[in-house]
Design a protein around this ligand. Structure first.
Ligand SMILES: Nc1ncnc2c1ncn2[C@@H]1O[C@H](COP(=O)(O)OP(=O)(O)OP(=O)(O)O)[C@@H](O)[C@H]1O
Ligand SMILES: [Mg+2]
Length: 253
């Protein structure tokens, strides 16, 4: 198990945001965390990435307990994060955005092996279909391309795990499909475990190995996508049926 949550609670201002969350994520999987808006998906990612601490419970990443602040360096070394709105820096070119984690965390090493890192960034950009865009600024790229730059930045340090928060939100179906394909390729080529938070049922159908479904801070489904239809949970049925029929008014993002 590459990630393990054991009875994790998060309480903010007397409100239980997460309530007894326990799950395991298998190494090499494309695990999807799904659920309605406000259910606690992003919060789970933030806790797994060591960005916030839970009120109680245990989290293990690569078999290491990360409840301790001292372990955060270890966490950051082993994970990549793709934020919901790409979070690229507008005043930096594509390649400088991609190199940011290296420049920031491994300043000396970057200075020593600059060419090697630049070549690596170019290779990753090419792999993600962005060859020739190294010197562009993010504002001149489409939403889907910006997303892929954010992917490149998340994988430049070759982490073991990448977290993606709503990677296809706001994209048209063709760009979404490309993004899903890229996520799958990142898993295959770089042997990265992907954890994807999304409302996007089509993405889940295309690439999810497992689905963890959150509702009001609790897990109500954890298993294979193919077993979803066997549950008799009404919320799961409504979520997947409504979305499956493309009822746009149900979109929350
Ligand atoms: N720092 C905070 N202070 C107070 N409440 C918070 C905080 N962070 C999150 N929440 C609340 O916790 C709940 C879960 O939020 P979270 O962002 O994890 O939901 P989500 O499932 O990612 O939703 P969405 O699909 O809309 O992104 C929400 O009710 C939110 O308002
Ligand atoms: Mg969210």
């Amino acid at each position: 198990m590459i990630i393990q949550f054991d009875n994790v609670d998060l309480v903010i201002d007397d409100k239980k945001i997460l309530n007894g969350i326990s799950f395991c994520i298998q190494e090499g999987s494309n695990t999807f965390i799904m659920g309605p808006s406000g259910s606690g998906k992003t919060t789970i990612l933030k806790i797994a990435a060591g960005l916030i601490f839970p009120t109680s419970g245990k989290i293990k990443i690569l078999n290491r307990d990360i409840s301790n602040i001292q372990d955060l360096y270890f966490v950051r070394e082993n994970i990549g994060f793709v934020f919901q709105y790409s979070a690229l820096i507008d005043t930096l070119t594509v390649i400088d955005n991609v190199l940011l984690p290296i420049k920031f965390r491994k300043k000396k090493e970057f200075a020593r092996n600059k060419k090697e890192y630049i070549d690596k960034a170019v290779e990753i950009l090419e792999f993600l279909g962005l060859k020739g865009f190294e010197k562009y600024y993010p504002s001149s790229l489409s939403g889907g391309m910006q997303k892929r730059v954010a992917f490149a930045r998340a994988i430049i340090t070759l982490p073991k795990i990448v977290f993606y928060d709503e990677p296809t939100s706001g994209l048209d179906p063709i760009s979404s499909s490309q993004i899903n394909y890229m996520i799958q390729q990142i898993n295959k080529k770089y042997n990265i475990t992907n954890v994807v938070v999304t409302h996007d049922i089509i993405s889940a159908q295309q690439i999810a190995s497992y689905i963890i479904f959150i509702y009001q801070g609790k897990i109500i489904y954890d298993g294979l996508p193919s077993d979803l239809s066997n549950t008799n949970n009404q919320i799961i049925h409504e979520f997947f049926n409504l979305k499956g029929l493309g009822v746009k008014s149900y979109e929350t993002n």
